[in-house]
Design a protein around this ligand. Structure first.
Ligand code: G4P
Length: 198
């Protein structure tokens, strides 16, 4: 998605060869017009999938998911990382290990909001090692519902997330695929030049 790649180039900040900072438009301050375009793109990609619910994880997944759900005309559910005061014990729970943070967190979704008949689009802001997506997939399966696919705003293609999800047969649609972060520069997968060999 060109508009997103332009935002990453112009307003992103390469912190290291592993981490891209995008708090100017996605992770802290939110560019609502860009989110609207992102939501429309997810809705277009999954328009034939019969989506009934969009599922994400708090907090940075909420903004792009909200716009996708709005365009698809479905509810949005966000998994919680901390159990809320008003949540009863009737929840689906999955453990998510973060390689980046080296910690495991239980994520929860109330059983009131996912049913066996649901067709679910999972959306997240970043795909790194795929652990958050796998946790969300686990929750959808606990509900007996179907995962239609995974929509990602920024995929770090040099990490294992996509491979892991595709190996398990899931459709992964990433709006920007980062091949490399190096010396302050971002290289996208679709910008790699191929050299023809004889
Ligand atoms: P994984 O789920 O794909 O395995 O990812 P990982 O554990 O490595 O990521 C943990 C957190 O770090 C997630 O956010 C993820 O979105 C974020 N993250 C991973 N790589 C980057 C990056 O290059 N740049 C930025 N800005 N974030 C990255 P989180 O802790 O759940 O935070 P939030 O959603 O509450 O903002």
């Amino acid at each position: 998605m060109e508009q997103l790649k332009q935002a990453i180039r112009e307003r992103g900040n390469v912190l290291s060869d592993q981490v891209l900072k995008v708090d100017t438009f996605l992770n802290h301050q939110v560019d609502v017009n860009l989110m609207a375009a992102i939501g429309e793109e997810f809705a277009r990609l999954f328009s034939e999938s019969g989506i009934t619910k969009v599922l994400t994880i708090e907090s940075s997944g909420i903004a792009p998911s909200f716009m996708a759900a709005s365009t698809l005309g479905t509810p949005l559910i966000f998994a919680r990382k901390k159990k809320s005061l008003t949540m009863n014990n009737d929840v689906f729970v999955s453990s998510v290990y973060s390689f980046t943070k080296q910690e495991t967190n239980d994520i929860t979704v109330s059983k009131d909001f996912l049913d066996a008949g649901d067709v679910v689009l999972i959306i997240d802001d970043f795909l790194a090692n795929g652990q958050a997506a796998l946790g969300l997939i686990d929750i959808v399966h606990q509900a007996g519902a179907h995962v239609a696919g995974i929509g990602i705003v920024i995929e770090k293609s040099f990490q294992d997330g996509r491979k892991l999800l595709e190996e398990q047969g899931y459709r992964v649609e990433s709006l920007a695929r980062v091949h490399q972060l190096s010396e302050g520069r971002v290289t996208f997968v679709d910008e790699l030049t191929t050299t023809k060999t004889k």
